[in-house]
Design a protein around this ligand. Structure first.
Ligand code: ADP
Ligand code: MG
Length: 494
């Protein structure tokens, strides 16, 4: 019999975390292979849902999801959509029916805050609860946890990356690296040691669709283009089936069934969808309005037809991503399937038709991103410089200029880590302060880009306009995180 003996001197083990919109996973490398660890739910997948109860009680995972219909304002799901965003972001209020705390100042408006039964929490704090739960599970199984690699979508901007890293820190994790999700998937397939080339990563999750074109060139993964739809995923399939379930239960199109009934129909719909991945037909029994019960039956052909329009939307995003990268589907060296919803056979067939090749799917699509994160964590912990993994900046970084334009200090797709500087000057006589507005994005005008930070360099001695020499340094580390420093060169003020 094998006994797991607790060894107090066991070396801390590095872990990889896929902090997903719908589900989160923690993995590590054991005997050279990535494996998923069991979460508090007893499965590899931990639903990314946090419930805030009375007296400071916090519940994470499937148990939290069960509260969603009963206590919707205390149950935060899909918190990833809010990470690194401000209340000043026009999209935020449409992202969920939570109770938001109205910001009392422009500074407070920079982060979203939820009122969960009288308690105020930020997306960073909610994410930290998920990470804390995963860390605890990992500690139980590995005894001691070393650093963690946490994945983020390739299109995440600096504020979203900073917030993810803050969540890790708050959870007591040493975040070794933030890694792009598609890059993680490519790593899990070991592409970095196999071949250089151009790869498409098709990621259909619960509520988001992302497509990324990656170029691999001697250990450097470059994101050539990204695209997708932030409101498209497996949950939409559930909603389509749920409409049929509700009809069978006796609710017509004009009825507004109570939330518990909708919740019940959605749960049933998800069961049907999952069953149809392995079987040609699925049946569930649901209660009928007014008493009794009824059967809902769906076969795969009908389901495939139902989800056709959803797949067409992913197709359009893929074609756009190919166009943005200036390549034809035929030029690809591989296509990788990521996300639980790519288990659906029709999705696989659709991707095959779209790209004209068999996609890589040997690795479990729910776990592939976490596996890649674990591989990267293992490489970093072992200081193996055999594979030096680099990534590129997803969006250009710059400074707002006088006329409201943007001076691009670091263009998108620059390989990171990287540093650069740009020199500015004063535009008025005796100007003693200089405001630096750091923005990220590709648009011509600063107001159309993402505003990352504003700061003012003060104490510049009075000089005629154009005499001061202000050097602004940008440094982006391997996580894609930016640090900005400004120096007035004639005086050395920093
Ligand atoms: P995210 O990246 O958003 O966290 P996941 O990759 O975990 O999401 O995908 C979750 C989605 O995958 C859900 O909509 C879920 O119902 C779906 N899914 C999981 N397993 C299956 C299956 N066997 N068949 C069909 N859909 C599945
Ligand atoms: Mg995912």
């Amino acid at each position: 019999m094998l006994l797991d003996i607790f060894d107090p001197k066991a070396p801390p083990k590095p872990i990889g975390i896929d902090l997903g919109t719908t589900n989160s996973i923690v993995a590590h490398v054991r005997d050279g292979r990535p494996v998923a660890l069991t979460t508090c739910d007893g499965t590899a997948l931990l639903p990314s849902v946090v419930y805030y109860g009375d007296h400071g009680a916090v519940v994470v995972g499937a148990a939290a999801r069960a509260y969603a219909t009963r206590a919707p304002t205390r149950t935060i799901a899909s918190v990833k959509r809010f990470v690194g965003r401000g209340m000043d972001d026009p999209q935020v209020r449409q992202l969920g029916t939570y109770r938001f705390v109205e910001p009392e100042s422009a500074e407070a408006a920079r982060t979203v805050r939820f009122d969960v039964g009288g308690r105020v929490v930020s997306p960073v704090e909610v994410s930290a609860e998920i990470l804390r739960s995963l860390k605890r599970s990992a500690e139980e199984q590995l005894q001691a946890v070393g650093g963690a690699v946490v994945t983020v979508p390739a299109y995440f901007d600096d504020a979203q990356r900073q917030a993810t890293r803050d969540a890790g820190r708050l959870a007591g994790l040493e975040v070794l690296r933030l890694l792009n999700e598609p890059t993680a998937a490519a790593l899990a397939y070991g592409l970095q040691s196999r071949q250089n080339g151009l790869f498409a990563v098709y990621d259909l999750g619960g509520g988001t669709f992302d497509v990324t074109l990656l170029v691999l060139d001697d250990g450097v993964f470059q994101v050539r283009s990204t695209g997708g739809d932030s409101a498209l995923g497996g949950d939409d399939m559930d909603r389509l089936i749920a409409d049929r379930v509700l009809a069978a239960m006796g609710f017509g199109a004009g009825d507004a069934p109570p939330p518990e009934i909708v919740g019940l129909a959605l749960d049933g719909a998800r069961q049907v969808k999952h069953a149809l991945t392995d079987a040609a037909e699925a049946v569930i029994e649901v209660p009928r309005r007014g008493g009794g019960s009824t059967e809902v039956r769906l076969d795969r052909a009908a389901f495939d037809e139902l989800i056709g329009p959803l797949l067409e939307r992913t197709g359009r995003a893929c074609r756009r991503a190919l166009r943005d990268a200036g390549v034809e589907a035929a030029a690809l060296d591989g296509v990788i399937l990521v996300g639980g919803a790519t288990r659906v056979p029709r999705v696989r067939a659709y991707v095959r038709e779209l790209f004209g090749r068999e996609p890589l799917s040997d690795i479990d699509p729910d776990l592939v991103v976490a596996y890649g994160a674990a591989v990267q964590a293992d490489l970093l912990a072992n200081q193996s410089d055999a594979v030096l993994l680099l990534d590129v900046l997803p969006l250009s970084l710059g400074v707002e200029t006088m006329g409201g334009g943007v001076d691009r200090v670091l263009p998108r797709n620059t390989t990171i880590p990287v540093g650069a500087k740009s020199v500015f000057t004063t535009f008025a006589d005796d100007q003693t302060g200089f405001e630096i507005h750091v923005v990220q994005g590709e648009r011509e005008l600063a107001k159309d880009c993402r505003s990352l930070a504003r700061f003012t360099l003060r104490g510049i001695p009075p000089m005629p306009a154009g005499m001061a020499r202000l050097e602004v340094h940008f440094a982006v580390d391997e996580n894609g995180l930016l640090r900005v420093r400004a120096v007035e060169l004639t005086t050395g003020i920093e």
